[in-house]
Design a protein around this ligand. Structure first.
Ligand code: BYC
Length: 312
């Protein structure tokens, strides 16, 4: 078969909703787009550990500390599944990490904002994991088998993350005036960046058309953003919180909440590396990687020693 015939067969398979597996033939653009997206997804998971990691020692109770630790460990696990899944496409772990450390590869814009107090742990779980979950449920249907299977497990864990965040916010909303104000302030700061997590609007999303055609993505950025907003607004109202958007209104006909256009100048500035904490996040990740070299060296030496023993 020539490449044209292979492409036709590949597209027919995608259209039959069959998964593409690592050893199947695939167009180079499909492989490249997936490596870009999956490695950025993996980077987001491990960079996402940093803002929450800052609060482990300051959690307000032992229970909160244990729950936060478990959540952060889950994020590390998600990063590992996703790096492994990207490796099935021929990407090397070293290269992917190098791209993160040199600023070549992106990670989710949301993690370039600071976490100022404990209410932000609630806002991250409720809004950030909530947004991630809407996106990832849709990605369970992605056409690439290893990515789709990683999403199934990740989504189960994200559901717990989302609930723990909402529980923190709910508890603060039923507390003192100061706690309610903290919850509202966290929502005010995290709302805009959370709705930008879904990426640029459809008309400005260069990768979407091809990704939708090959079912890498099954929904557009705007459609996922709308889903998240419609699901989250009633959760805020149920706790007496106000969404910081003066144009927010419920459309009785479509049954959707209409919202103002996100601040796209801010979004593009952040993804170019100029957000409030981009430089610090990349430096912290790179330092952690460099400081962990002795662990990787020891693990490699141990594996080599065992391999020789097994041969003998
Ligand atoms: N941040 O053509 P577009 C989590 C970039 S973490 C930064 O629409 P695409 C969690 C995009 O990469 C969950 N960059 O792209 C962890 C592209 O630039 P390049 C993270 C963004 O790929 C710890 C350009 O803008 N989830 O759950 O079709 C604690 C044009 O965009 C962003 C994922 O990564 C952004 N927000 O669609 C708590 C999900 N948005 O690459 C929680 C997997 C866009 O050409 N990824 N860009 O230089 C996706 O679903 C898609 O990649 C996106 C973007 C929807 C994000």
């Amino acid at each position: 078969m020539n490449d044209e015939q292979k492409l036709l067969e590949f597209e027919a398979k995608v259209n039959r909703n069959e998964k593409i597996e690592p050893k199947d033939w695939m167009p180079e653009a499909y492989r490249k787009n997936l490596v870009r997206m999956m490695s950025q997804h993996a980077h987001s998971e491990i960079v996402g550990m940093l803002p929450e990691g800052n609060w482990i020692t300051r959690a307000p109770s032992l229970r909160r500390k244990i729950v936060l630790l478990a959540k952060i460990q889950d994020e590390a696990g998600h990063g590992l599944y996703l790096y492994s899944a990207a490796e099935t496409l021929g990407a090397s772990r070293e290269e992917m990490l190098d791209d993160l450390h040199t600023g070549k590869a992106k990670y989710s814009s949301i993690f370039n904002y600071p976490t100022l107090n404990w209410a932000d742990m609630g806002a991250i779980g409720w809004l950030v994991d909530g947004a991630a979950m809407v996106n990832q449920v849709s990605l369970m249907g992605t056409s690439y088998g290893p990515y789709s299977r990683a999403m199934v497990r990740i989504c189960r864990e994200e559901a717990f993350h989302n609930r723990q965040g909402y529980e923190i916010i709910a508890k603060m909303c039923s507390g003192t005036d100061q706690q309610r104000e903290m919850a509202q302030d966290a929502l005010n700061r995290y709302w805009g960046p959370s709705i930008m997590m879904f990426g640029p609007s459809d008309k400005d999303s260069p990768h979407s058309a091809q990704a939708l055609k090959w079912k890498i993505k099954s929904e557009t950025n705007d459609s996922l953003r709308q889903k998240f907003i419609t699901q989250t607004v009633p959760q805020a109202h149920a706790r007496g919180l106000t969404i910081p958007d003066k144009d927010l209104k419920f459309n009785e006909e479509t049954k959707q909440w209409e919202y103002s256009e996100p601040n796209w100048d801010e979004f593009f500035n952040v993804i170019k590396g100029n957000g409030p904490l981009n430089k610090l996040r990349v430096k912290t990740r790179k330092d952690a990687h460099d400081n962990g070299k002795w662990v990787r060296d020891a693990a490699e030496a141990y594996a080599k020693k065992n391999a020789t023993r097994n041969v003998a």
